[in-house]
Design a protein. Structure first.
Length: 194
């Protein structure tokens, strides 16, 4: 099992570069909770709201991340994947989402034109990618693999719990520290056991 020993956190400047607002330190461990069976319902409610706001501009909406995997502990934040034609074309979808109470939080043009919104009344991370972005398939394959592979789900949970107990300057540093275990699991999911 890989660890975070080779992990180098991104600098304040690197993180602030992608933030739409002010970068705020976390300076604490990460709060993980046991799986909550209400998470899929919270996702469904948000998906309906997003579809009602964007209509056919929302090409795909999926529940992703740890809250989408039954039995897996998670930060109690619903991760949602929204696929649009072109996530860089903010005029096509950002005003409608903002009018519905969503807040643009992160803009990452160098990472598949990723955008991230926070929700109006539910703690969510709404990840927006363009149709065909490789990250879409990766997120869905990782979710589906963890749903069906108990051994890797347990390994992932063990690493998450170990990392969560550390004090993190930013939540993004915790997320970045999981990269090596995610890559290891994805290699198995892709059938590349090396």
């Amino acid at each position: 099992m890989l660890s975070d020993k080779s992990f180098t956190p991104r600098s304040d400047e690197e993180l602030q570069k992608s933030m739409v607002g002010e970068l705020k330190p976390h300076d604490a461990p990460i709060n993980l909770t046991e799986y909550d069976p209400s998470w899929p319902d919270l996702f469904e409610r948000e998906a309906k709201r997003i579809y009602s706001v964007l209509g056919n501009k929302a090409l795909q909406i999926e529940h992703v991340g740890s809250t989408s995997v039954p039995g897996l502990c998670a930060k109690p934040i619903i991760d949602i994947l929204l696929v649009v034609s072109d996530s860089a074309d903010e005029e096509a979808y950002v005003p409608a989402l903002e009018a519905a109470g969503y807040t643009l939080w992160i803009r990452e043009p160098d990472w598949y034109e990723h955008r991230l919104f926070k929700g109006p009344d539910t703690d969510i991370n709404l990840h927006v990618f363009s149709y065909g972005a490789p990250e879409i398939d990766k997120m869905l394959r990782f979710r589906d693999w963890l749903r069906s592979n108990e051994a890797d789900r347990k390994i992932y949970e063990e690493v998450k719990r170990g990392l969560a107990n550390k004090k993190w300057r930013y939540v993004q540093h915790y997320a970045d520290a999981k990269t090596s275990i995610v890559q290891e699991i994805m290699e198995r999911a892709n059938g590349n056991n090396t």
